[in-house]
Design a protein around this ligand. Structure first.
Ligand code: ADP
Ligand code: SF4
Length: 693
């Protein structure tokens, strides 16, 4: 095996963090996963795999320290009392199995925790409405001195429990708009007049006390890092970058490590559409020079050269990663082993975040095994050996077909990937040419790179296969991954059947635009899809010189992107670009020179003059091949066919992450006996209390 390149040696230097030693500089910062206390074994195994992949430090998501501050409906960890310890112990054991350090991010949400489950009255520095994503009609009450004393006790007790659970690092946390520490620090959320408000020193008092309490309670054997934001991104109204430089100077040597983030969660976890790799640099530069303690920061780092530069230029000591460690848990190992070309780079899409935002379980576009490590026994780097059959024909090289080819190749099958066009990637290749989406091409690049190394996987271009050809070829297994296309008749969520469209109306779909056939002049985009496509096409067309109006039945543009933390940025950008936004309206009919809109509330009608209408509505599967083949089982055995399956968008259109998942799942399940009557994954069921009366 080739060894790592010497210029990356610096990334593998051991570093002390207070009383503990990290074996290298790869630091998986805290990140949510949608599993939390509901799926503890899934969380533990996911962290275990990262430890195997070479990360020196592996942190949990936020762990709520007390029932008076929980963030239902979001599912994170809890360390309310000893009952949580077995779950947390499972995580620390899993991390220690591969000599990594386990960290826990203690959190008291305070005025961003609505307590919908515990029904306790939320508390914060001020009496104001709870700040959540959902405008809950609940207010926090202002903490008095006794409340602050209680909070310090709860934090101290949680720290002691964390140590008992086996954690090596126990965080004091206040960033991303979450946590009492931030709320006290910011003049935006702290307008107190006592010794916890007013001057910066006063606003930083709680932070200082929590660090001192935690150090005092467990600092002999556990490191105490602090995670704070270094700019609230609201100018003088909130915490400024300069102010945080003063805070860090004031408390410089108190914690064992400084972990810096900026803005709210959407700023800090910005998508590739809005921020590049290493974009936090401008905020974090110079902070390291204020302390002798190690500094960690993030930046969606996937390039080892960028990582080295961050360290050599004195910006960071540790390379903090959340999403890059999700997309590739083996990132450190691959650099160490001189296999940087095998890194599965995060594309910055934030599908992982949507798992947390929706109360589902996080998934990853690039790494379909994320959060399936335990419940499906899926390892991101290993596949089980092939089963009884020998070969597979995969039709279509979009994300589903490519991932199936890669994973089946790894299992040892002979794979033929047939593609109708002249390039790999399907929708990923097309969509990566849209504004802000170029990094999505990594979904193709990683897989293409992997299958090119496999002698048992071959690709045939310009091979648009018919049902007869498929049967004649004599492959044992056939996967139909022929994708989907956008509908041209207005059918989607709002209208479940086609809308009236005049014969001479100029109608376009996203496929037309991506194939180079763009509308001109006054263009109305009807977005009943609600994800990224409508917004990104509005940007493209206005940059092409069109006058663009985007109409949506939702109350905001690209409505679902609230879950990828992009919605605010998208709407802001479209407003700045001069796109006219019409919400809460559907398009009820389209004529040659105008479209008729209907208010979704009142039913009121208005007409808008337009040269062309771009329908971003929904997709229909390219399932013709599947339709022709699925009921021909009687002919299969004569042709040597054992199985034919439809996967990805050809089965049911969805975001790209669903397609890579479908391709991976197909590869895992080929030749396996699947009992459709039982749950397709292991699950944990709440332990009933013995005390029923
Ligand atoms: P998914 O997201 O499910 O992977 P895509 O739409 O991205 O689907 O990709 C489907 C791919 O299948 C496209 O590259 C398309 O050219 C190819 N394709 C569609 N029909 C056929 C066919 N009959 N034979 C071979 N390739 C096909
Ligand atoms: Fe990166 Fe997207 Fe995977 Fe999240 S889902 S880790 S942003 S590739």
């Amino acid at each position: 095996m080739t060894k790592r390149e010497s210029r990356y040696d610096i990334l593998f230097e051991p570093m002390a963090i207070g009383p503990v030693i990290a074996k290298n500089r790869f630091f998986q910062v805290p990140h949510c996963n949608g599993g939390g206390y509901r799926d503890p074994s899934s969380v533990a195994k996911m962290r275990n795999i990262k430890a195997e992949g070479g990360w020196a430090v592996i942190n949990t998501e936020q762990a709520e320290i007390h029932a008076s501050s929980e963030i239902t409906p979001f599912i994170e960890l809890r360390i309310w009392d000893d009952k949580d310890l077995p779950m947390l112990h499972r995580i620390t054991d899993a991390v220690h199995e591969h000599d990594a350090l386990a960290g826990i991010e203690l959190c008291y949400n305070g005025m961003n925790g609505p307590n919908l489950h515990s029904r306790e009255v939320p508390m914060g520095p001020m009496a104001v409405p709870i700040a959540t994503f959902t405008n809950d009609p609940i207010q926090a009450r202002a903490m008095d001195k006794r409340d602050i004393k209680n909070l310090r006790n709860w934090h101290r007790n949680a720290a002691i429990r964390a140590k008992r659970a086996g954690f090596d690092l126990v965080y004091v946390y206040g960033a991303h708009g979450f946590g009492a520490v931030q709320h006290f620090l910011s003049r935006h959320t702290n307008q107190r007049t006592d010794e916890y408000g007013g001057s910066l020193e006063n606003r930083a008092r709680l932070l200082r006390e929590l660090i001192e309490d935690t150090k005092d309670a467990i600092g002999d054997s556990c490191a105490v890092p602090v995670r704070v934001l270094i700019d609230e991104m609201m100018g003088d109204k909130g915490i400024t970058n300069n102010e945080m430089r003063d805070v860090v100077s004031m408390l410089a040597e108190l914690p064992d490590l400084w972990d810096f983030t900026h803005g709210n969660w959407a700023d800090d976890s910005a998508t590739a559409r809005f921020k590049d790799e290493g974009s936090q640099e401008e905020y974090v530069k110079g902070f390291k020079q204020l302390t002798t303690k190690p500094v960690v920061g993030v930046g969606r780092f996937t390039s080892p050269d960028t990582m080295v530069r961050q360290i050599k230029s004195g910006i960071l000591d540790f390379i903090g990663c959340a999403r890059p460690s999700i997309a590739d848990p083996f990132l450190p190992k691959k650099i160490d082993e001189g296999r940087t070309e095998d890194i599965r780079e995060c594309i910055g899409c934030n599908i992982c975040v949507t798992g947390d935002m929706t109360g589902g379980l996080s998934r990853c576009t690039q790494n379909p095994t994320f959060m399936e490590e335990w419940r499906k026994d899926w390892h991101p780097e290993k596949m089980q050996a092939k089963g009884k059959s020998e070969n597979v024909l995969i039709i279509g090289s979009g994300p589903a077909g490519l991932e199936a080819a890669r994973a089946l190749g790894l299992r040892g099958y002979d794979v033929l990937l047939a593609e109708a066009g002249t390039e790999l990637g399907g929708r990923v290749t097309r969509e990566s040419k849209l504004p802000g989406l170029s990094s999505w091409g990594r979904v193709r690049d990683y897989r293409q790179g992997q299958i090119e190394k496999m002698a048992n996987v071959s690709v045939y271009f310009e091979s648009k296969l018919t049902a007869d050809q498929v049967v004649e070829f004599g492959f044992e297994n056939i996967a139909i991954a022929t994708g989907a296309q956008w509908r041209k008749d207005g059918t989607a969520r709002h209208h479940l059947s086609p809308i009236p469209i005049a014969g001479d109306a100029r109608i376009y779909t996203p496929d037309d635009v991506m194939n180079g056939k763009s509308p001109q002049g006054d263009v109305l985009i009807y977005d009943d899809d609600h994800y990224y496509m409508g917004g990104t096409l509005a940007e493209l067309l206005i940059n092409n010189g069109c006058n663009v109006t985007i109409v949506t039945p939702a109350t905001r543009v690209s409505d679902w992107t609230v879950n990828t933390l992009e919605q605010h940025f998208i709407q802001k950008k479209l407003i700045h670009l001069g796109v006219k936004i019409v919400t809460t309206h559907s398009v009820s009919s389209i004529d040659h020179d105008h479209a008729t809109l209907e208010c979704t509330y009142s039913g009121n009608i208005q007409k808008i003059a337009t040269d062309a209408v771009l329908l971003v509505t929904c997709m229909e599967s390219n399932d013709q091949l599947w339709d022709e083949l699925k009921y021909t089982d009687d002919k299969w055995s004569a042709s040597g066919i054992k199985s034919i399956k439809v996967i990805g968008d050809a089965e049911a259109p969805a975001p790209i992450a669903w397609a890579t998942y479908a391709g991976h799942r197909y590869a895992r399940e080929l030749d396996e006996i699947i009992d459709l009557d039982i749950s397709p994954f292991k699950r944990e069921v709440v332990g009933l209390s013995r005390n029923w009366s």
